[in-house]
Design a protein. Structure first.
Length: 252
């Protein structure tokens, strides 16, 4: 089956009744883009790709992390929504020529002073609605944060992750939910690639004939940069942890 919102529950529903389930990423199946497209054609092509072992499965297992995973997903989504609302508030003030920066504009105490700078009543009401939305998201975010920390604390892996510098309670909980288990990766290189830190190299004409003998070319492979297919939330977590580690005094 294709990786869509449905396979999450469909995987759990069918797993006890079949020998093997493969959830694949349709972006990696370029062969499905050729020719006509319909449900019957897609099913046939998926069956052929599965028979030839050309499908790349997507990891789908529970490991007792379902609650932590859903809470982490809620926390990340609400945090992004809060950042978007904050961006709308700043954009509103800047559209009226009011300079604003930092987090002072979102705090409760000087909020009335900021609203008084907007002379247009309709625009002022719009800013008030944004503030109400921001306060609601903050309240929900605190509640989700509390439940996430409480649930992640039940797992021993959370305590081990917190021993890493710059990996606090929230980062440990998110890392636990995003990675789930280290056994899903064959080696640390697979983890690097999944986190967006895998180096991609392109090379061609690796061998050539010299004096009638086949020799390997001394030309080094071309580095094209980091891989682009990765878990964005996990990469942001590692980048923020690294930035925090180099900015403070400590073992790193």
């Amino acid at each position: 089956m294709k990786k869509e919102p449905g396979p999450a529950w469909l995987y759990d529903l069918l797993k006890p009744h079949v020998k093997r389930i493969v959830v694949c990423n349709p972006r990696r199946n370029a062969l499905l883009k050729e020719g006509s497209k319909s449900d019957r054609v897609d099913a046939r092509e998926l069956a052929e790709l599965l028979y030839t072992k050309m499908l790349r499965p997507v990891y789908h297992r529970d490991h007792g992390m379902r609650v932590v995973k859903e809470l982490a997903r809620s926390y990340v989504t609400i945090s992004k929504d809060q950042a978007r609302v904050m961006t709308r508030v700043k954009a509103l003030y800047r559209s009226w020529g009011i300079a604003c920066s930092g987090k002072q504009i979102s705090t409760v105490r000087p909020r009335s002073n900021w609203l008084e700078k907007i002379t247009e009543p309709g625009v002022r009401h719009r800013a008030e609605f944004y503030y109400q939305q921001l306060d609601g998201l903050r309240s929900v975010r605190r509640e989700v944060r509390r439940e996430l920390l409480q649930e992640s604390g039940k797992h021993k892996a959370s305590q081990l992750l917190r021993q890493i510098p710059s990996i606090g309670p929230i980062r440990a909980a998110l890392l636990l939910a995003l990675a789930q288990t280290p056994h899903r990766f064959r080696s640390k290189r697979q983890l690097w690639t999944y986190s967006g830190f895998g180096i991609e190299t392109h090379d061609s004409a690796e061998y050539r004939y010299l004096a009638g003998q086949l020799q390997r070319s001394e030309k080094p492979p071309q580095v094209r940069g980091l891989n682009r297919n990765y878990n964005h939330d996990l990469k942001n977590l590692f980048k923020s942890a690294a930035t925090n580690a180099v900015a403070k005094s400590g073992p790193l």
